[in-house]
Write a protein of this length. Sequence first.
Length: 821
Amino acid sequence: MEDKKEITEETQNQYSIEQLDEGIQHVNNPVVGVQPVEKKYLTAVKEYNQLYNNFYFSDGDARVEVRVVSDEIIRVRMAPHGTFLEDFSYAVPQTEQRATVFSFNETVDAYKVSTNTIACIIYKENFHIAFADNIDTIINEDAIAMHWEENLDYGGYYVYATKKATETEAFYGLGDKTVDLNLRGSRLQNWNSDTYSFAKGQDPLYRSIPFYIGINGETSYGIFFDNTFKTQFDFAHENAGQTSFWADGGELQYYYIHGPKMIDVVKRYHILTGTHQLPPMWALGFHQCRWSYYPESKVKDIARNFRERKIPCDAIYLDIDYMDGYRCFTWNKKYFPDPKRMIKELADDGFKTVVIIDPGIKVDENYWVFREGKEKRYFCRRCDDYFMEGYVWPGRCQFPDFTNPEVREWWGGLFKELAETGVAGVWNDMNEPAVFGTGTFPVDVRHNYDGYRGSHRKAHNVYGMQMVRATYDGLKKQYKSKRPFTITRAGYSGVQRYSSVWTGDNVASWEHLKLGTVQCQRLSMSGISFCGTDIGGFSGEPDAELFTRWIQFGVFSPFMRAHSAGDTREREPWSFGEEYEAINRKFIELRYRLLPYIYSAFWEQHRYGFPILRPVAMLEQADQTNHYRENEFTFGDKILVAPVTEPGQKSKIVYLPKGKWYDYWTHDLIEGGAEITVNTPLDSMPIFVRAGSVIPESPLMQYVGEFEPDEVMFQVYYADYEVNSFCYEDHGDTFAYEQDIYMEKKFVVNGDASSFTIRQSIEGLFTPRYETYDLKIISLPFKPARIVVDNKDYAGSLEEDELKCIRIKVNKNFKYIQVLA
Ligand code: MIG
């Protein structure tokens, strides 16, 4: 393929022949073979100029733009012959200038663009670019100047960046890749792919998140390579001292995002690409899915079982068989003669109905969706104007071009009837897009790309994101004031603004359970906190133990749904016999008790960009060992879990980060900063709570909103230092929070050998209906003799129970509680 003579000594140092082959791998290239091309590198900087917050540097031909985006974010773009592409991004909705202070100076060797926090240095002689902090420590720098190859088949360029990697640098991000949590040593690519029963290490998968984090001790930074073409990343794999990323086309355009903490990088990545909308509270409950529940009597039977067995559940899913011949927006009237009535009856029993919608529209002149799409010219076309046709579930299909805003508008409107029928959420599948046989579209398919035009090479990775965007926006219009719930399989950076995701067609194996814990942590660090796996495994048969362990992990997956393929045995929480049913119930109940805490974590994600799942490497990034601890993480700020992912496991070694922790089950106090051995009988899993936490708990309900509670419980853990906790509340399913109708409570606790205080402050315009808090004060190191609540002595009992708790009931508006020895 390659003309090896083209590889000069210089390039050989940088890329092996193997890498060159892979680097320019052509996707479904229907045209000619690869022709020899020459790699070109930026040379020396010859001139510069400035326009507002944009700085331009040129080597006489190629130009580089350096833009100050914020104090902590700088964008770099490169144009091989000086002409930049139109500035448009699906990931970053607002690329325009943000108010910030910056300065520019020139020395003999370099130019420097500085903000208050960071600097971008452009070296004159070799055009290398470096990023430094405000005391001039280099955080990240080019190992090779940015380079490119002309693409003779399609026009444009393959674009490359190669940066220095330190010997111990750890890497994170990139969505839900199935390699080790620390990406160091991996080479990975982004090209959305339907990967049924994917294997460990298989790549690419369903989503493309070209964002990574590099960590060196206490410093870290992020690189967001905002390029929708097929992108590839090499994390010190080819060369232990280098990290490279490159794309099949588009612009070499990336954002440098400053830390120094890993969690800061993630928060700032959210500033660029947005956060999740606050989901309706019910969407955080347990969801039961299967391919497929039909007819109506089966759906009802499943629902009845949940209620009779008293296993909480909020949502039931209808997979493709609810449709008439898999035609989107239709019903199979034989199976579901009166969907509106059925959905209403389910709703009366506390179940939300979620239905699947695929992108393929059946070619059928008697089907109104096809006719409309055809008349309006909304379906994708090949380069010579033939329709893009492919076989999916409905048979021969055409596919809406979701990158066209008019098509998205139309698509959104198609949900009117489903919304009127009472459907509460929509599940978008097959939107990589997946096509039977060929995998996906040929790359010559044309797309509107919001007016910026492109082939499928450019639009492939955003197709699914634009589909779920159209779905979300459409539902939002239909529901008026209610929050829509959407879930998507494919996505690109920023997809979190429109949807939750699941990791696709996993397998019922212990290996996949373990992989799932890694995938969800990684998604969470990559901007997609609202994620989950098919509990139990999609294909294959879990045994009872595996299913139960997966439910336990599911409690601490932001999205909690059991799902299974059609050819598997029954897969509900009661399918494995009474003993297991009882444990599954206990853990689903735990999820429901923790919902106010989980909901607060979602608020912190939505409002402040905090990732919901945080690996221990994020808590203590400077400790090298933590970069190899994969199977434990915190959910939100306060609760650390270590899901059991081995069969027959009797105990597990868990590392607790520095500070004090309580065992959730026994209330034993444990000094962190060390590994401990935790017993893991099947009816338990390692759960720890930070000392000083105030964790809200809901009374047990069978579904969200089953009744209006007259009190809320808080678990208050003693600490001998000051700790803050936050708790968020609102209506749970409206957009009133956008008008500040919500409540954020802050608790500050502190204690010593003979006293413990809890302070509360409340912000916001929302008033909950309950009046009372049931406070459980856990593990006081002294015998309480007196409790003062807002200057009054508390009259009730001060007896501790067997779990070292005292329980007191106080008014929800208390300001100050003091427990004294
Ligand atoms: O070609 O709708 O990942 O969750 O049950 C399979 C049927 C299509 C793949 C999804 C899976 C879903 C299934 N779908």
